[in-house]
Write a protein that binds this ligand. Structure first.
Ligand SMILES: [Ca+2]
Ligand SMILES: [Ca+2]
Length: 416
């Protein structure tokens, strides 16, 4: 575990009585033990003191492992601070509170001392699933009280000595990724047939790091609606996805399927946004068409203008130039539109590549990046961990950490 508490030391009291009527002063500060990653992967963002509620309801619990460090002290000094150990009930010298929580001060601490460290637990909480002997968690119940601000989720764990705050440790709390704690509900989508309440928390958090080009709507798949010129981001933007990567064949000068890039978490969301934004851009610029016209013929009915296809390495007489979409189900709206989807994928890769570092952005831990972690890292070859991603060539080339430099992105497309 990593000790990430405030490091400044403040005297608890200048007039404390330790033993034998000797006036004594000790330093102490609260520490928070960062949640260790069981797989040893790096912490996200600042990597410090980030915790996720166990449930989406107002009864959700937040478990914050923590303690009080008596600087340079001994077990005797630590015991002096809390009284005779074990102690159950109010203490006369020290206490802990958490700001901006519904019940920060109403539970009763239980304390234990090991060396110069004081551990704390809240076994009196009837819903506490932890055994009373596990003295290593502050447990807070209830959701933060403010929403819709960037500061939401920031709290302070405070050490109080005889009622006065002496030290503070910052923590950040996040809601369960798939729960709906934030407002922002749509009453309807562009088609006027949708009603729900609350956006999923992952969308709320991702949107702060990478603003969505559209609107969230519950459902399996994101889409671009050309009738209303509107992008809908849906639940496939959360979790994991493997995006296809394309290049140019050196001899034929045709677009070629060259590999895959497995994604998770924020990267999957960015790819999804970029893909639908690609459809919107292509439509707006008449690259993508809906029915062949004299101005924009579409001989192979793959949704792309023939002339644009010819200029950009696609086959105007073949709806899936690269073959990458050969296995798409006949029931899919993308069936027979492989080239149209390929262009959107290329544009999505262009949106994604500059944002690789966003996996280090400062929001929740595995609650939001779980797609990447669980779907890839847990089963990956340890010598090739997919973190944050690895390019997997379909042409027999070695695995690489990033797509090759000649992978097509938006800037390679004419008029795109
Ligand atoms: Ca076409
Ligand atoms: Ca075509």
């Amino acid at each position: 575990m990593t000790l990430t508490g405030a490091q400044a030391h403040v005297p608890l009291s200048s007039s404390g009585s330790y033993s034998s009527n000797v006036w004594y002063s000790v330093d102490a500060y609260p520490i928070v033990l960062s949640s260790p990653d069981p797989l040893g992967r790096p912490d996200l963002g600042d990597g410090k003191n980030q915790f996720v509620y166990t449930a989406d309801t107002p009864d959700g619990y937040l478990y914050v492992p923590g303690a009080i460090q008596v600087v340079g002290g001994t077990s005797a000094e630590a015991n002096w601070l809390i009284g005779n150990s074990p102690v159950v009930g109010p203490l006369d010298k020290v206490n802990l509170t958490i700001d901006n929580s519904i019940i920060p001060n109403t539970f009763t601490h239980q304390w234990a001392v090991s060396g110069n460290t004081i551990y704390v637990n809240t076994p009196q909480d009837v819903n506490n699933p932890y055994p009373s002997y596990q003295f290593n968690h502050w447990i807070f119940k209830g959701l933060p009280t403010s929403f819709n601000t960037a500061a939401d989720g920031n709290h302070s764990v405070n050490l109080l000595v005889q009622g006065a705050k002496t030290q503070t440790t910052k923590i950040q709390t996040f809601f369960n990724a798939t729960a709906n704690n934030y407002p922002g509900a749509l009453s309807s989508d562009a088609d006027g047939n949708l009603s729900y309440s609350g956006i999923p928390n992952w969308y709320y958090y991702y949107n702060q790091a990478y603003p969505s080009p559209g609107t969230y709507s519950p459902g399996a798949a994101s889409y671009y609606d050309p009738s209303f010129n509107q992008i809908i981001i849906s639940d496939d933007a959360h979790g994991s996805y493997t995006v296809m990567v394309f290049g140019i064949d050196a001899s034929s000068r045709k677009v070629q399927y060259i590999g895959q890039l497995p994604l998770g978490g924020i990267h999957n969301y960015i790819e999804d946004c970029g893909h639908e934004l690609g459809h919107k851009y292509s439509t707006t610029n008449s690259i993508e068409v809906y029915g062949s016209t004299s101005a924009h013929p579409d001989t192979d009915n793959d949704g792309l203008d023939d002339n644009w296809e010819t200029r950009n390495g696609f086959d105007p007489n073949k709806n899936d130039t690269t073959g990458a979409y050969a296995g798409i189900p006949t029931t899919s709206p993308d069936y027979g539109k492989g080239d149209r989807e390929c262009v959107a994928d290329i544009q999505a890769l262009g949106a994604l590549l500059p944002k690789k570092s966003l996996w280090t952005a400062d929001w929740a831990n595995d609650g939001l990046q779980w797609g990447t972690w669980n779907q890839h890292n847990a089963t990956a070859d340890p010598s090739h961990p997919y973190w944050p991603w690895n390019f997997l060539s379909v042409l027999g080339a070695p695995v690489s950490s990033d797509p090759p430099a000649n992978a097509l992105s938006r800037s390679h497309l004419i008029n795109a």
